[in-house]
Design a protein around this ligand. Structure first.
Ligand SMILES: *Cc1c(COP(=O)(O)O)cnc(C)c1O
Length: 472
């Protein structure tokens, strides 16, 4: 028989309130530059400023919760990838953050763009992204989506299954056009935050297996399809990768596949895409690499493997950064509603700071344990640091935004909290749980604020509810 643990029965000496990576700050008001977009400062009044605007003014104008996107920083990160990877194609992964205005920024900065659905494609095109610079991804693109992509003339479609090759061939034949494709493969390596695992089994839904032989089979099927122009192999090994070691295995295996294709057909595959997943700093312990470092290391690995495999034509290369462009420029702003001390054990307490958002506007901590940071944004404080947990207002105890962070001990209802590195996979993964209204995204630049995506309203939600009859 098992016994329920009584709350509070945890032994005090088994509780470690602060994780190892989080040290007590000397100055709880200090900002760690690697976490924040480049225009963020704490101003003379102690409040955060971004894009030349005091966050208190931003909140006065758009309320909380809200996402703030620093246009200067977003564009700078896009340019940094484009410049460091010059000679490569850089596809911004739109799923990390997409609206028509951000699509225009990407287009203006000269990058290409990846979309993962017909609806993302519609937004990218509406934002002025040229179709020829768009790549279309997805493990289950519908016939309607493939048709939309072909008719729009997207630059490449990333094939994810044998079924899709037949579908695409039929769609193109009917319209007497040719589609350029890459074949997504699983290279048997999966990257995680601080390590990578070379897996024997490729137990996931994306791509065609190299070791299982389906990848070569898929390449040959594309090669044989009259209305498909095969460009090369695509590999995306994961996300939040800090070391290029994971790419080393992927580069070797994908180029071995290029070699096998050459041996089978006598033809070189002209392109290779190495995917995205470049890590950013969500917390102080994260050590992201610069775009220059990544470019140099990846370039060297490709050349070394090509030599080893006697591939005398080095393929044209591309990458697909998402969060490394859109993550750091964005911050989330919340207002503190309640502050509660919870006793974990005799003498051990945790401070729960509840804010007016939560898992509906950032699902990543609840979904896969992602770590974030936070700071008191509306004022500086003389109080000492207190280990806090920043939680949302939803009906789940897993509704955590920032698991562990030091905030000033006088944190109180009404204070504003800013969460850095919230530009990617926050608004794009937002939900209406508890009928939460999705927060707006505002762009800031040179003291000017403009709405990129407006706040959802109760009218927006009720418009979907067929049983709702508005009072006349
Ligand atoms: C999500 C995704 C990316 C971008 O991942 P980040 O971690 O945001 O860089 C790139 N390529 C593919 C195929 C993806 O699915």
């Amino acid at each position: 028989m098992t016994h329920m643990h009584v709350a509070g029965s945890i032994h005090a000496d088994t509780v470690t309130p602060a994780p190892k990576w989080l040290s007590t700050p000397v100055d709880v008001n200090a900002l760690n530059p690697k976490l924040w977009s480049q225009t963020v400062v704490r101003n003379a009044e102690g409040a955060l400023e971004v894009g030349g605007l005091d966050v208190r003014e931003i909140v006065e104008r758009v309320d909380t919760p809200a996402y703030v996107m620093d246009e200067v920083d977003f564009r700078a990160r896009a340019r940094a990838f484009r410049d460091a990877f010059s000679g490569w194609d850089v596809y911004y992964a739109a799923k990390s953050f997409l609206c028509t205005i951000s699509a225009r920024w990407i287009a203006e900065e000269g990058l290409c763009m990846d979309v993962c659905s017909g609806n993302e494609l519609t937004v990218a095109l509406a934002g002025g992204m040229p179709a020829a610079r768009i790549g279309f991804h997805g493990n289950n693109k519908t016939v309607a989506e493939l048709t939309q992509a072909v008719e729009a003339g997207v630059g490449r479609i990333i094939i994810d299954s044998m079924t899709e090759i037949e579908r695409l061939q039929a769609i193109c034949a009917e319209r007497e056009v040719t589609a350029r494709v890459m074949v997504r493969v699983t290279a048997g390596v999966e990257a995680h935050t601080h390590e990578y695992i070379a897996t024997a089994h490729e137990d996931q839904k994306f791509g065609l297996s190299i070791t299982g032989g389906q990848a070569l089979e898929g390449l040959l099927a594309c090669h044989a399809a009259p209305n498909i122009e095969l460009r090369g192999v695509h590999s995306h090994i994961g996300s939040q990768i800090f070391e290029t070691a994971g790419f080393e295995v992927a580069i070797r295996r994908t180029l071995e596949l290029h070699r096998a294709f050459l041996d089978a057909t006598g033809e070189h595959l002209p392109e290779l895409d190495l995917g995205g997943g470049f890590g950013i700093a969500y917390i102080a312990a994260d050590q992201p690499r610069s775009a220059e470092h990544l470019a140099g290391a990846m370039q060297a690995l490709v050349h070394r493997e090509c030599r080893g495999l006697e591939l005398d034509q080095v393929p044209h290369l591309s990458i697909e950064p998402g969060r490394a462009i859109s993550g750091t420029p964005g911050m989330a702003l919340y207002r503190v509603g309640t502050v509660k001390m919870v006793t974990l054990a005799e003498g051990v307490q945790r401070c729960y700071v509840s804010v007016d958002g939560g898992m509906s506007d950032n699902i990543r901590p609840a979904l896969y344990g992602a770590e974030y940071s936070a700071t008191l944004a509306s004022r500086a404080s003389d109080a000492g640091p207190l280990l806090c947990r920043v939680v949302g207002k939803h009906c789940e105890s897993g509704d955590i935004l920032v698991r562990d962070e030091f905030l000033p001990a006088d944190i109180a209802p009404g204070d504003l909290i800013a969460v850095p590195a919230a530009g990617a996979y926050s608004r794009s993964m937002a939900s209406n749980y508890n009928h939460a209204l999705k927060p707006p995204v505002v762009g800031v630049r040179d003291g000017e604020l403009r709405t990129l995506i407006r706040r959802e309203t109760m009218q927006d939600l009720l418009a979907l509810d067929a049983g709702w009859t508005p009072d006349a």
